[in-house]
Ligand binder design. Structure first.
Ligand code: ARG
Length: 459
């Protein structure tokens, strides 16, 4: 049988394999709402411009609403023979309203149509990502507020470095996520131009009003170049790049939760609601959600690399390769939203083990830098000499099997005679964090300032 869509030019239908490789309906049906929204804006514009009669436009409008309610009610039958969502919607519209349906595609191509639909869908994902990030920031802020002055070890190389505050550590992620959200906001502003009316690639001879459709669809303006409008997918790539960076941040936080919840660290306890057990080992409580979040970067960045690879050598303008943009973007967006939601739940439920954090903060000679700084301030030693003296004291403590505050004054004085009783004041972890009041530092005073700044920003 002749092709249902372009039977004029074709005398036979397509091979089954051709249909299988060509059809996108199995996944692009996710664009149904956007497709209908775009068609409604297009039809209204055609009528306003006198290209369609008001009665045809009205029939189309009513018909599209019927199609939408069928789709939303799960009563729509998708056909692979009709290739994609655009043809499926139009074919059903034809069944419902008859002849006017055939006039809807005046001054339009599936090329500007799919770019419009996909952009509308992506735009919602930009918004959802921003909302998801802000929810997670709020959960982290609540943790920071509760433990603004709790001490924990700060690490470099995963070796104890200096004591920091729990609040400060939580706020580090709030900052990262703040940049992630700003990347999505920025990308959304850049992408918000309407492709509709670019037609196949060159524009159209019909007197359309692209500003009208752009405004109706919430775009800031029509895209200025029709060739560009139908052929770029940078708005999806930018989302995927921003999503990859955000997923990388989530992955690092997830990794910390995995480490922190281990029996060896015991820094945090995860709620039962976000943990799993083992089918054989009864004692186990596994951080599966954290591990899955840690892994999502693989899919998300994979999608980014996948779409870059699809796009990189394509001559202008549209090529069917570009149909491969959607599954990548759908999967990455779903993965990001799920990872954000799961992390938000985990952080909200997380209980930090304050005593264990404090114990760990005080071990590993974490206040050695404070001691060196004291030698500089109190004895006016050059920092390099102070570093050397402190190093000898650490070696002594290590040999004795104790921590720095456990050394006696005479022992300390055997390394440097100028050391006085006063030194013990700087060896405690609470003194250590309280002293780090430089801008952006870990002192509870600074942490509380940052918390209130963020609370205001996230209002
Ligand atoms: N299903 C197609 C896609 O997703 C729609 C555009 C088809 N355009 C074309 N010239 N064949 O890209």
């Amino acid at each position: 049988s002749a092709n249902q869509m372009w039977g004029g030019r074709f005398s036979t239908g397509v091979d089954a394999i051709m249909e299988a490789i060509n059809a996108s309906i199995d996944f692009d049906k996710r664009l149904a709402r956007q497709d209908i929204e775009g068609s409604r804006a297009h039809a209204a514009m055609l009528a306003a411009q006198g290209i369609l009669t008001d009665s045809d436009a009205e029939a189309i409008r009513e018909g599209l609403l019927t199609v939408l309610s069928e789709i939303e009610g799960g009563k729509f039958t998708y056909s692979r023979a009709l290739e994609d969502i655009h043809m499926n919607v139009e074919a059903r519209l034809k069944e419902i309203v008859g002849e006017p349906a055939g006039r809807l595609h005046t001054a339009r191509s599936r090329n500007d149509q799919v770019a419009t639909d996909f952009k509308l869908w992506m735009r919602d994902q930009y918004d959802a990502a921003i909302a998801g990030i802000e929810a997670l920031q709020k959960a982290l802020l609540a943790q920071a507020e509760q433990g603004a002055d709790w001490v924990m070890p700060g690490f470099t190389h995963l070796q104890t470095a200096q004591p920091v505050t729990w609040g400060h550590h939580m706020l580090a992620y709030v900052e990262m996520l703040g940049r992630d959200a700003s990347r999505f906001r920025d990308g959304r502003t850049r992408m918000n131009e309407s492709p509709l009316g670019a037609a196949a690639l060159a524009g159209t001879s019909f007197p359309i009003d692209r500003h009208m459709t752009a405004a109706a669809l919430g775009f800031d303006r029509p895209a200025a170049n029709s060739l560009d409008a139908v052929s770029d997918r940078d708005f999806a790539l930018e989302f995927l790049a921003s999503a990859s960076i955000c997923a990388m941040h989530l992955s690092r936080l997830a990794e910390e939760l995995v480490i922190w919840s281990s029996a060896q660290f015991r820094f945090v306890r995860m709620s039962d609601a976000f943990s799993t057990g083992s089918s054989i080992m009864p004692q186990k409580k596994n951080p599966d959600a954290a591990e899955l979040i840690r892994a999502k970067i693989g899919r998300i960045m994979g999608a980014m690399v996948g779409l870059f690879t699809v796009m990189k050598g394509l001559p202008l303008t549209y090529s069917k390769d570009m149909q491969e943009d959607k599954e990548q973007a759908f999967d990455a967006a779903d993965s990001l939203m799920l990872a954000l939601a799961a992390m938000t739940g985990m952080i909200a439920d997380l209980s930090a083990n304050r005593e264990e954090l404090e114990r760990a903060a005080a071990s590993g000679f974490s206040t050695a830098t404070d001691l060196a700084d004291w030698l500089v301030r109190a004895l006016n030693l050059p920092f390099r000499d102070a570093h050397h003296v402190t190093g000898s004291l650490v070696a002594m403590a290590e040999q004795k099997g104790c921590d720095l505050p456990d050394l006696t004054l005479p022992e300390m004085q055997s390394v440097h005679s100028g050391i006085t009783e006063e030194v013990f004041g700087v060896l405690g972890v609470y003194n250590s964090v309280a002293s780090r009041t430089s801008y952006g530092g870990t002192a509870p005073l600074r942490v509380r300032e940052q918390i209130s700044t963020w609370n205001e920003r996230l209002e």
